[in-house]
Design a protein around this ligand. Structure first.
Ligand SMILES: C[S@@+](CC[C@H](N)C(=O)[O-])C[C@H]1O[C@@H](n2cnc3c(N)ncnc32)[C@H](O)[C@@H]1O
Length: 132
């Protein structure tokens, strides 16, 4: 049996205060995701800004890999059809995580983004996000 140990505390997933997560104090998570998707649409070419908006660990306030991803992927941004990411995040909470999947969805406007995690995930359905 695989035990799902929380090695990645939620607090470590992002330290950016520019994101809109504070809205969850007033609105449902689904509503906040919808608002973020609209904002993300206006930033979709800027992977670092998307990482901050979605509080992934990949942006300028995290390990900063978005600069390297963008360097290699920017030219193919509009032609990518599928993205598969290993590691959904959110610890062992089945309803948490998916931040970087949402970042990739905004960055690749024609792609469906699939995620796989060692922890069981039951994220509510969202457009162009696929589960594994
Ligand atoms: C740092 S978090 C991912 C953060 C996420 N990509 C983001 O930016 O929001 C790492 C995730 O990888 C998952 N993980 C660790 N080992 C794994 C494995 N062998 N197979 C699949 N997922 C794994 C953990 O459960 C955790 O959710």
């Amino acid at each position: 049996m695989i035990s799902c140990v929380r090695r990645y505390p939620k607090e470590s997933m992002g330290t950016v205060s520019r994101d809109l997560t504070w809205l969850t104090r007033f609105f449902s998570r689904a509503t906040v995701h919808r608002v973020k998707r609209v904002v993300a649409h206006t930033l979709s070419w800027n992977l670092g800004a998307l990482a901050s908006l979605y509080r992934t660990d990949k942006g300028p306030a995290g390990h900063g890999y978005t600069a390297f991803y963008a360097r290699h992927l920017a030219r193919r941004r509009r032609s990518v059809k599928s993205v598969f990411e290993i590691g959904v995040g959110g610890g062992d909470d089945p309803l948490e995580g998916g931040n970087s999947l949402r970042m990739w969805r905004s960055y690749f406007p024609g792609a469906t983004v699939y995620g796989l995690d060692i922890c069981a995930k039951r994220l509510p359905p969202e457009p162009r996000l696929g589960g594994c």
